[in-house]
Design a protein around this ligand. Structure first.
Ligand SMILES: Cc1cc2nc3c(=O)[nH]c(=O)nc-3n(C[C@H](O)[C@H](O)[C@H](O)COP(=O)(O)O)c2cc1C
Ligand code: SF4
Ligand code: SF4
Length: 249
């Protein structure tokens, strides 16, 4: 079974590419979290593949918790594929520990560089640049598919001092200080369509008098701000004038 989490479509696209070749059944972690459900029952010896974005040089904490709370009885070989804007740091070290804790057979963690989607903090690419980045990612995606089909371990980026610092110290500081929804707001361009509320995997958006309001349960997935058809959502002043990224595939 292939599980994926995705805010703006990069990981969903990579998941689709893998399943098209391997025939893996696909399960959206977004949908499961939104409906307060854990992983469906898996079959003994079934291969598990997780395709997720990189948040703070590790997998999203919301996904980590969901995996920890889910049950995967039996033997399972587990492959992680992390999409990212630049690098996944030392994420593999934590995934290995996660698998040990869940009695799962860790088969590695691949890094796939895709367009940056973090419009709240960084600069997102224009359409042409994004298309070129995805084109450059295709050989790496094909390589991952090849390894999974052959039963090889996935190649992980080498451990570096900066990767270790980013995935440990910076991740630990970053989550409680940066990840919150306090800076989201809707402008007068909002057409009250409710898509942001529907798209939020954490049910963190409510509609009040036809306009969205944000609660405290946000994982910064960027689905709301990047998916708004009227580009009516801003994050403080940083997002103003930046392209809203959604995977074109
Ligand atoms: C909250 C957040 C944190 C991120 N942290 C990282 C990071 O540590 N390293 C990196 O290379 N990209 C980082 N990114 C970029 C995303 O991992 C990347 O664009 C990913 O492909 C988005 O996947 P999605 O479209 O499936 O949501 C971050 C993006 C967000 C929204
Ligand atoms: S998706 Fe955009 S236009 Fe639709 S309700 Fe949300 S903010 Fe308004
Ligand atoms: S509020 Fe927006 S950024 Fe936060 S989890 Fe929901 S969709 Fe993602």
């Amino acid at each position: 079974m292939l599980f994926y989490f995705s805010g703006t479509g990069n990981s969903a696209y990579v998941a689709k590419r893998i399943s098209e070749v391997t025939g893996e059944e696909i399960c959206s972690i977004n949908d499961k979290i939104k409906s307060d459900k854990l992983a469906p029952k898996t079959v003994d010896n079934e291969r598990l593949i997780f395709v997720v974005p990189t948040y703070g040089w590790r997998i999203p904490r919301i996904v980590d918790s969901w995996i920890r709370n889910s049950h995967f009885p039996g033997n399972h070989q587990v492959y992680f594929v992390m999409t990212c804007g630049s690098d996944i740091g030392n994420a593999g070290r934590y995934l290995r520990k996660l698998c040990n804790a869940k009695d799962l057979d860790y088969r590695g963690c691949a890094e796939i560089v895709m367009p940056e989607n973090y419009v709240a903090l960084f600069t997102t690419p224009e359409k042409e640049e994004a298309a070129a980045i995805i084109e450059r990612a295709e050989p790496a995606i094909s390589g991952v598919i090849d390894d999974i089909v052959k039963g090889n371990n996935l190649d992980e980026p080498g451990q570096t001092v900066s990767g270790k610092i980013k995935s440990s110290l910076i991740n630990t500081i970053y989550y409680p200080t940066i990840i919150h929804a306090k800076k989201f707001y809707a402008t007068d361009a909002c057409i009250s369509c409710g898509k942001c509320q529907k798209d939020c995997p954490l049910n963190n958006i409510n509609m009040a008098n036809g306009k969205p309001t944000w609660g405290k349960n946000c994982t910064h997935c960027m689905a709301c701000i990047c998916g708004c058809p009227a580009e009516a959502i801003e994050y403080g002043s940083h997002s103003k004038g930046l392209p809203r990224y959604q995977c074109p595939k």
